[in-house]
Design a protein. Structure first.
Length: 73
């Protein structure tokens, strides 16, 4: 789905999905299916968003967005 796009475009799309759907929590496998990307790409993109403070990873491996109700680590 996104493989012909640049990483910055994909990051914007992922951020947009999380902003449009408050409470969205995806595992790596679910994100891979949703965005049609290979596991390595999804892992790298989601970890970029974690490193940037937009997402966090729960203890059970889901990626969620920081918001007013999210626990900050």
């Amino acid at each position: 789905m996104f493989q012909q796009n640049r990483p910055d475009d994909i990051i914007r799309r992922i951020r947009g999905e999380y902003l449009e759907m408050p409470g969205l929590a995806l595992t790596l496998t679910q994100a891979q299916r949703l965005w049609g990307l290979d596991r390595g790409s999804v892992d790298q993109l989601l970890n970029t968003l974690v490193d940037g403070g937009f997402l966090f990873r729960t203890q059970d491996g889901q990626f969620m967005r920081y918001d007013a109700g999210s626990p900050r680590r």
